[in-house]
Design a protein around this ligand. Sequence first.
Ligand SMILES: Nc1ncnc2c1ncn2[C@@H]1O[C@H](COP(=O)(O)OP(=O)(O)OP(=O)(O)O)[C@@H](O)[C@H]1O
Ligand SMILES: [Mg+2]
Length: 248
Amino acid sequence: MTSGELKIHQGQPILLKEKTPFGVGGRRLCFTHPDDPGKCVKVLRQDEDKTIRGKKTGFVPARFRRTYDNNAHERQILTKIFKRIGPEMQQHLPLYHGMVETDLGPGMVLDLVRDADGRISRSLRELISTGYELDQFRPAFDQFSEFMLKHVVLTRSFLDHNLAMQHKADGSWQMYMIDGFGDPAWLPVANWFRSLGEKKVQRRIASAWTRFEQFRDSGGVTQELIENSTWGQGFLNHRGETPTAKAG
Ligand SMILES: Nc1ncnc2c1ncn2[C@@H]1O[C@H](COP(=O)(O)OP(=O)(O)OP(=O)(O)O)[C@@H](O)[C@H]1O
Ligand SMILES: [Mg+2]
């Protein structure tokens, strides 16, 4: 499914209002899909506290930034990446499965990352903040970086709350980028020339690990910060266990 066409789910909108989103970003609420534990539904936040992450200065009027539809942009990019890479994309990026109608507006259906035990995978930000040694994620980061470079996947910075870490049955980790796709540049020249694109991906890779180390050294996210924040700080509200997901 590649279009932005809205699908009606079993003749009526998917009911999300009464459910607890497993993830709350600055712009979107993320819910488990009612019929498929391997998928999630993302809707745009409509509340006044939503944030628009990105450059605060520049030529984009604030008015436009506030109404910017993150879902529309993301589905175009993910569809293009899928056309180029094919199913191998699923090793590190979510597939886009179409739009559905919900009682919170149009919902974008994407792969949901889960651990081997079935629970929703936590972000690198949550894991670092809750005492997991950063170094154990290095092999997963290196493998992820190699993939992004091989396929020249253009993204914004690799942010710790946009990286979901899947804990596999053998104890190792797999890194997925779940948000932040596309080249933020005004002129997408890096899309046109492979060598420019590669340089850009290399810059993302080079700056990421130091940022993760700095975040670890700063002590990570505190409970107080989560409570005073307008978004979930990359911490999950719940891990999509079946009884919770089906409740309500
Ligand atoms: N496909 C997924 N698999 C696992 N966890 C996810 C997935 N999508 C989102 N999450 C969790 O939900 C949180 C919020 O999701 P997402 O990053 O899509 O929201 P956003 O509002 O676009 O974020 P931002 O604040 O970066 O703009 C993430 O930080 C992550 O913890
Ligand atoms: Mg995010």
